[in-house]
Design a protein around this ligand. Structure first.
Ligand SMILES: [Zn+2]
Length: 348
């Protein structure tokens, strides 16, 4: 993928652990991606630990590196994460319950050279987005629209977890007391309207294509029913964006998660919904939310990259990645833009 590793280079591993897949990247000291792998997740103890360990070993093998070169291992993991203790609990999709799993202790034992960091999966998504979009030290929210809906925050360069690890669970903010029953037990949660699951309920597909892609394709062909469902979904996403913006006033809101892979067609309808909602509200208009949302490049492994940057101190790392002038600078000859270059390469 890139130049051979320098002897003795210190490496950073980042893993984004999902219910079905683990996405993992290996970064060198200049934040080049030197290897990336995806493998399926085994659930419960000790399966999960084995999946993580073998993903790390596979990365090292691809890059020709040794475990002794590992400077850090960062994990982004769903559930209630105690980042200070390195423990995860209630990761229902991973088969980890109340008893919890001390990921830090377990990995530290296997990879004694590395510092181990454990963080909420949405916060590492937010960290990765800051790095990938070349945004420097700003306040950012990462809005993950997938099976469910949740947000991660990076505030002043640091992930925000909350007192109980539940910051950003906006999918379970009740918005309609008479709405549908949610998996969490409440009624009318935001994610019953804004999620891939919500789309699938309203737009059933006959083939294997995911419902959001099928819906947007049908709407693009002019199917009026599809346009209605799509536009109602966009109104919901815009409402979620307003919630995040009005409660946290972050500079940028990045759309992530599986549904965001719809790309520009999603961005277009959401921006239109935000503009429509701002008409008639001087307050909303002044916030210019349609100009503050961003998409990640598809397949960019943002959360794994964010996990690899844990402990690097974004204050130190992001300026390295971001010393092109401002967001979206093109064609800058800086040697520090390899990460974005890698991403662009994997995109095409
Ligand atoms: Zn809920």
């Amino acid at each position: 993928m890139s130049a051979p590793l320098r002897t003795g280079a210190r490496l950073r591993v980042g893993l984004d652990i999902g219910g079905t897949k683990i996405a993992a990247v290996l970064l060198d000291e200049e934040a080049h991606i030197v290897a990336r792998v995806r493998r399926s997740t085994r659930h419960g103890m000790p399966g999960l630990l084995q999946s993580v360990t073998s993903a790390i070993e596979e990365l090292l093998e691809i890059a020709g590196g040794a475990a002794s070169q590992l400077k850090s291992i960062g994990l982004g993991i769903p559930g209630l994460v105690d980042a200070a203790a390195g423990i995860v609990q209630h990761a229902v999709n991973l088969g980890i319950g109340e008893e919890g799993l001390d990921m830090r202790a377990a990995l530290q034992e296997k990879f004694p050279a590395a510092q181990v960091y454990v963080e909420n999966d949405l916060n590492v998504g937010a960290l990765g987005a800051v790095a990938l979009l070349d945004l420097g030290k700003i306040d950012l929210a990462y809005l993950a629209i997938g099976t469910g809906l949740a947000a991660g925050f990076v505030l002043q360069g640091k992930p925000r977890s909350g007192a109980n690890g539940a910051a950003g669970e906006i999918g379970h903010i009740p918005v309609d007391p008479f709405g549908e029953k949610c998996a969490c037990g409440q009624r009318g949660c935001l994610e019953t309207v804004v999620s891939g699951t919500a789309i699938a309920r309203k737009w059933s597909t006959t083939n294997s294509r995911p419902a959001p892609a099928a819906l947007f394709a049908e709407a693009a062909r002019g199917n009026t029913e599809a346009i209605k469902v799509r536009d109602e979904f966009a109104v919901g996403v815009a409402a979620a964006i307003r919630m995040v913006a009005l409660s946290m006033d972050v500079d940028v809101i990045v759309l992530g998660g599986g549904v965001s892979e719809l790309g520009k067609p999603l961005l277009d309808v959401v921006q239109e919904a935000l503009r429509a909602q701002a008409r008639g509200s001087r307050l909303l208009e002044s916030l210019r939310l349609d100009k503050r949302i961003e998409l990640l490049p598809p397949g960019s492994a943002a959360a794994a990259i964010g996990a690899a940057l844990l402990g690097s101190g974004l204050a130190d790392t992001v300026p390295i990645l971001a010393n092109a002038q401002g967001p979206h600078a093109q064609g800058h000859p800086s040697a520090d833009l390899h990460l974005r270059a890698e991403i662009a390469a994997t995109k095409s």
